[in-house]
Design a protein around this ligand. Structure first.
Ligand SMILES: Cc1cc2nc3c(=O)[nH]c(=O)nc-3n(C[C@H](O)[C@H](O)[C@H](O)COP(=O)(O)O)c2cc1C
Length: 197
């Protein structure tokens, strides 16, 4: 499977986790790894180049540290700029259809705070709704994310273990979408038809 990894960390020089993950992924010949902040320090993306790489891939992995319960701004802008009408949605916008989309996220806080009435009130699954619906909207197949909690407290040994776990996850065949997910896809399709017509 041709896999494209978009690493969206604003400053990998300050990173402990995402830098290790990126370096491990770069060892693999079947992965294309792009560090957005290095390629585009001014956040002005080469949209045609990015879209060409997306067309090439079968699985897209968005790798980032959780910042304010979402992705760093560079990834938000990359999606805003690259997922254009006619490419990702609207008339002719079927270029991401059927591709797998996976999130690979380092989360600073512990997992037990991410729940109702916990320190962070919501599960990560709930907080990631915009990514889930973006995948639905462009008809990509969202697959299970890789999440590494407690990243800010992780020892060097735990970070090394996270590299192994991350590699095992991102190289795995993923389960087919659930019935619920297929229903969501259908609803998204109907909505797009309604928008186009
Ligand atoms: C601006 C900023 C916002 C952050 N927001 C969150 C957050 O909302 N939830 C959380 O658990 N950790 C948060 N963190 C911690 C990061 O997720 C953590 O530093 C990162 O996963 C570590 O990865 P790295 O070593 O690759 O930088 C935040 C960190 C920064 C710098």
């Amino acid at each position: 499977m041709k896999t494209l990894v978009i690493v969206a960390h604003p400053d990998l020089k300050q990173s402990r986790v995402n830098l290790h993950w990126k370096q491990a992924l770069e060892q693999r010949t079947d992965f294309k790894v792009k560090n957005l902040a290095e390629l585009y320090p001014d956040y002005q993306f080469d949209v045609a180049r990015e879209q060409a790489d997306l067309i090439e891939c079968e699985r897209l992995i968005l790798q980032f540290p959780l910042f304010w319960y979402s992705s760093p701004a560079i990834l938000k802008k990359w999606i805003d700029d690259v997922f254009t009408p006619g490419f990702a949605y609207a008339r002719g916008g079927d270029k991401l259809m059927g591709k797998e989309l996976m999130l690979s996220i380092s989360v600073g806080a512990p997992e037990d705070g991410y729940r109702a009435f916990g320190f962070n009130n919501f599960t990560l699954d709930e907080l990631l709704r915009p990514f889930q619906q973006t995948a639905n909207y462009v008809k990509a197949r969202l697959v299970a994310p890789f999440i590494f909690y407690q990243s800010v407290f992780a020892s060097q040994e735990e970070i090394e273990q996270s590299v192994e776990a991350m590699l095992a996850h991102v190289t795995n065949e993923c389960e087919p979408p659930s019935i619920v997910y297929e229903k969501l896809l259908l609803a998204a399709e109907e909505m797009q038809v309604a928008l186009i017509s």
